[in-house]
Write a protein that binds this ligand. Structure first.
Ligand code: TXA
Ligand code: MG
Length: 344
């Protein structure tokens, strides 16, 4: 298959909408990461997403809308909980995904057999324009090969998906850089399933206390069931081994310099590079979690471009605010391998 490269102008967006309406696959920019979209109401089209990504069939997809009214218009959910209105009013359009009891229009391919559905209203103008041009809600996971870092540029998508999908709409670099915050309202008490650019504190300010799923910060024990199937897979991994190092500045620098070799690199904060004797990949300033979120996946892909690198020692962010999302992705990239030098 020849993958068409489209721009974010009116004419190309119409072409993208046409492909989607006919059951094709198009990668679309959003404010978080690029999504790989198909008509969410067409099970056959959605099945192609799983094939192109190599995604396990038990991992459900997020349904993207361009208008809050689309939820009722397309019978996406069976019930809109009161708290969903409050969250939507405050955070939509934007990087928050809300899980609700699923409606009759949702094919099993989207919900992976669960009785719930995840809904998101992205703020990216191009994403909204493509959804409108398609004339239907779009199911879209991140547009990477399953397991590799999510794409934040059209080039990232191209390197994973060239020849496997119908088209890519190039909308430039994604602003947030990691995937949306996912919260479920389908339980008695709302629960955060995946941290993102919208923080626990921001959500609690609107709907009161929420739970945080154990899998957000900890490895699931064998046999433990994931509330969000995506949480159980090793994720976001570059080809090199990533090891998280929890330490203050000096201990981190001494430790990494002690591992100096051609095949070692550091994924670190801006100020660290002056003191490190290995190749460095910068995440941003130590206290700037938003910058770190924006750069994390990009740096993991940069590391992949250098096949000499076999081991990456990454700084371990504090899991607070947006730092919780950075930590959540990094600890998965590291396969939960953390070296703790804090108390040594
Ligand atoms: O920012 C984002 O959310 C991006 C852009 C493209 O919108 N999409 C994205 O999709 O990250 P994906 O498929 O890579 O991640 C969706 C996550 C997975 O961990 C999946 O298991 C979870 O959401 N999920 C989806 N539907 C669910 C449901 N009904 N119940 C529990 N978890 C669900
Ligand atoms: Mg993904």
């Amino acid at each position: 298959m020849n993958t068409l490269l489209l721009k974010d102008n009116e004419e190309d967006i119409k072409i993208a909408g046409g492909i989607l309406a006919r059951g094709g696959l198009v990668a679309v920019p959003t404010e978080t990461v690029y999504g790989l979209a198909a008509n969410a109401l067409d099970g056959e089209a959605v099945a192609k997403i799983f094939k192109a990504k190599g995604r396990p069939a038990d991992n459900p997809l997020i349904v993207h809308i361009a208008n809050i009214g689309d939820i009722e218009k397309f019978s996406l959910v069976s019930e809109i909980p009161e708290k969903a209105y409050k969250l939507a009013e405050t955070f939509w359009s934007g990087p928050l995904t809300i899980i609700m009891p699923k409606g009759k229009a949702i094919p099993d391919e989207v919900s992976a057999g669960l009785d719930t559905v995840a809904v998101r209203f992205p703020s990216h103008k191009t994403a909204q324009a493509v959804i409108k041009a398609a004339g239907c809600p779009l199911a879209a996971p991140s547009a990477n090969i399953s397991g590799s870092p999510s794409p934040t540029t059209a080039n990232h998508v191209l390197s994973d998906m060239n020849g496997k999908i119908d088209a890519i709409v190039d909308g430039g670099e994604c602003a947030v850089g990691l995937e949306s915050t996912v919260i479920t309202l389908a339980l008695d008490k709302p629960k955060l399933l995946r941290p993102g650019g919208i923080t626990v504190e921001e959500i609690e300010n609107v709907i009161g206390e929420i739970d945080v799923d154990d899998a957000v910060l900890h490895e699931l024990k064998s046999g433990e069931k994931a509330s969000s199937p995506g949480m159980k897979y090793k994720h976001y991994s570059p080809k090199a081994e990533v090891i998280l190092v929890s330490a203050d500045d000096k201990k981190y620098i001494d430790f990494v310099n002690g591992k100096k070799s051609e095949s070692t690199a550091a994924l670190c904060y801006d100020g660290d590079s002056d003191f490190l004797e290995v190749k460095t990949y910068l995440l941003g300033a130590k206290d700037n979690y938003k910058a770190q979120a924006h750069k994390l996946f990009k740096m993991l892909r940069e590391i992949d471009k250098n096949p000499e690198i076999k081991t990456v020692y990454a700084r371990c962010p504090e899991p607070n605010g947006v730092g919780m999302a950075v930590y959540n992705r990094l600890v998965r990239a590291a396969g939960f391998e953390v070296i703790n030098l804090e108390k040594v």
